[in-house]
Design a protein around this ligand. Sequence first.
Ligand SMILES: Cc1cc2nc3c(=O)[nH]c(=O)nc-3n(C[C@H](O)[C@H](O)[C@H](O)COP(=O)(O)O)c2cc1C
Length: 160
Amino acid sequence: MKSLVVYSSQTGNTKKLADAVFETLTGEKEIHLIKDAPAPDEFDLVAVGFWTMAGKPDPKSSEYLEKIGEKSLFLFATHGAAKESDHAKNAMNHAKNLAPKAKIVGMYNCQGEVNPAVLEKVRAKPEPPVWLTDAPDAVTHPDKSDIDKLKRLVSASGLE
Ligand SMILES: Cc1cc2nc3c(=O)[nH]c(=O)nc-3n(C[C@H](O)[C@H](O)[C@H](O)COP(=O)(O)O)c2cc1C
């Protein structure tokens, strides 16, 4: 099986997850930042990692997801929102809907520390977004436990 890990990451949170997925996969594999990613065509499994922006996958990831077609797809995401929040779940659903023909083999949500400068700007908005209240808890994430859990999920999904 040939696997491709593709991710977008501005401040490194999603990269940590991408590295963990890549490390856990066995067989032929490649990992790329989304801007340098090859087309998904020649791979059996594609794992796409995005950071959440305005309640959706970041724009580069969204664009890539639209190219996935009928592949097996593992999705992973980071966000300031709590991982069990509707906000985080909706963003993941949004990602799934961008690749409607894909066979979803696993999904993983994880909080990711929000850049303090961004937080400050968001706090100053007249109507701060719902995820802002969860953001202080994101500060230490992804942590070792998040990474271990992701690795276990990849293993359990039979993707190795
Ligand atoms: C411009 C911008 C918009 C964001 N919008 C959201 C959002 O809508 N919901 C959310 O939960 N987190 C949001 N975040 C937080 C990031 O998704 C989160 O910190 C993520 O872990 C960053 O990943 P990275 O380190 O891989 O870039 C936003 C961050 C930025 C910079």
